[in-house]
Design a protein around this ligand. Structure first.
Ligand SMILES: NC(=O)c1ccc[n+]([C@@H]2O[C@H](COP(=O)([O-])OP(=O)(O)OC[C@H]3O[C@@H](n4cnc5c(N)ncnc54)[C@H](OP(=O)(O)O)[C@@H]3O)[C@@H](O)[C@H]2O)c1
Length: 348
């Protein structure tokens, strides 16, 4: 059936300026890491993208390796662009990335010019696009000169294959270096994509959050729901259709009794605020304008609707924030810590 986007799609979403750029992003963005590969029916992927756009979510985030198999999320999104979003390209901000393992041999991962440029070309082919809006270095590469990695991003932008450059999971120190190089090249860094949620606050302790403000770089926080932990779904066990049951990236060790006990308290606090835990978790990430947009994932359209309703209550009292600090205890859930280390080990 032909899709017609909701005519009211821009009425309720909030858009925030991305750093010191001219671009505004919706406070909720949709990522296609999980549930957009070959293991999910195409109609479910399509329904999620349509729901997102109908709610004013104009930003869709991809990477070369999203699947499984790697590349299949970009292929699926390319199909959806043709069937549903044709004619709306200028209303969309589409991003992709390269950095993690994508193909065999020495040129299939990390941060060389060779890899980044070939990977960007391949992403464009899979999605059937002439350009992406944002192209990211997916992780810092300790063995490639930062000038080379940033030079590749600059070349990608100058050749018209991306409109803006971004970096992901770089720590504060490497972010300063990368941003300075990009400024010198005349291709400012639009945005940084770090992991960030109530249970994973490394960007506060590392100083990255303050650094981004100081440098005028926008921010998009990935895993704002801690992969689903910061929702009510795990309060009574592991549902059969949940990410934790799929042996992907949310491990049973993250769902220990103590963690669930604290999440239960957070759930109570969210209920007292008149919102779901997912909404409170997103509002927390977005609090005081500190982060430009929260990059959620989803397995069904209803979750996107629930998350987008965060705009109903994004304010916190000092007492609420203090209570969140009491219960949001640091769990070992930051799977990207190695990618943020200056000497990051070659892990996937
Ligand atoms: N730059 C990087 O290195 C990097 C790394 C990871 C992710 N990312 C980006 O960040 C995006 C989001 O990551 P993520 O999927 O881990 O984010 P997330 O928003 O923390 O978790 C998404 C999961 O939470 C559950 N969920 C979402 N909304 C819900 C709701 N309203 N109620 C109940 N459960 C809900 C779903 O779990 P179920 O599937 O169990 O239903 C969903 O798959 C990715 O798609 C990708 O674009 C980037």
């Amino acid at each position: 059936m032909t899709y017609k986007p909701s005519p009211n799609r821009y009425d309720n979403m909030i858009y925030r300026r991305c750093g010191r750029s001219g671009v505004k992003l919706p406070v909720i963005s949709l990522g296609l890491w999980h549930n957009f590969g070959g293991d999910t029916p195409h109609e479910v992927k399509r329904a999620m993208c349509r729901t997102a756009f109908d709610l004013g979510i104009t930003h869709f985030d991809l990477a070369n390796n999203y699947g499984p198999p790697p590349g299949s999320a970009e292929e699926a999104y390319g199909d959806i662009l043709k069937t549903d979003f044709a004619g709306y390209r200028d209303e969309l901000i589409i991003s992709s990335k390269a950095g993690y393992n994508m193909w065999q041999g020495p040129y299939g991962e990390w941060g060389s010019r060779k890899y980044l440029i070939a990977s960007c070309d391949a992403s464009l082919r899979r999605m059937g696009l002439d350009y992406v809006d944002i192209f990211y270095s997916h992780r810092f590469d300790p063995d490639t000169p930062l000038e080379e990695t940033m030079g590749a991003l600059d070349q990608i932008v100058r050749s018209g294959k991306a409109l803006y450059a971004g970096i992901s999971s770089y720590n504060s120190e490497k972010t300063r270096e990368a941003v300075a190089i990009l400024n010198d090249l005349g291709t400012p860094c639009l945005i940084h994509q770090p992991s960030y949620n109530m249970l994973n606050r490394w960007i506060e302790t590392d100083g990255l959050k303050d650094t981004l403000h100081e440098l005028g770089v926008g921010s998009i926080a990935f895993t704002p729901l801690a992969q689903g932990m910061l929702t009510s779904k795990y309060l009574n066990g592991v549902p059969a259709d949940s990410r934790a049951s799929q042996g992907k990236s949310l491990f049973p060790s993250m769902l220990r009794d103590e963690a669930i006990g604290n999440i239960r308290k957070l759930n109570d606090l969210a209920a007292a605020r008149g919102q779901t835990l997912a909404q409170m978790a997103i509002a927390w990430v977005l609090r005081e304008g500190g982060i430009t947009t929260a990059l959620i994932g989803a397995s069904r359209p209803g979750q996107i609707e629930d998350c987008a309703a965060v705009i109903g209550n994004m304010e916190f009292t000092a007492d609420e924030l203090a209570r969140i600090d009491t219960y949001a205890k640091g769990e070992a859930i930051n799977l990207w810590a190695a990618s943020s280390a200056s000497d990051n080990a070659p892990v996937r």
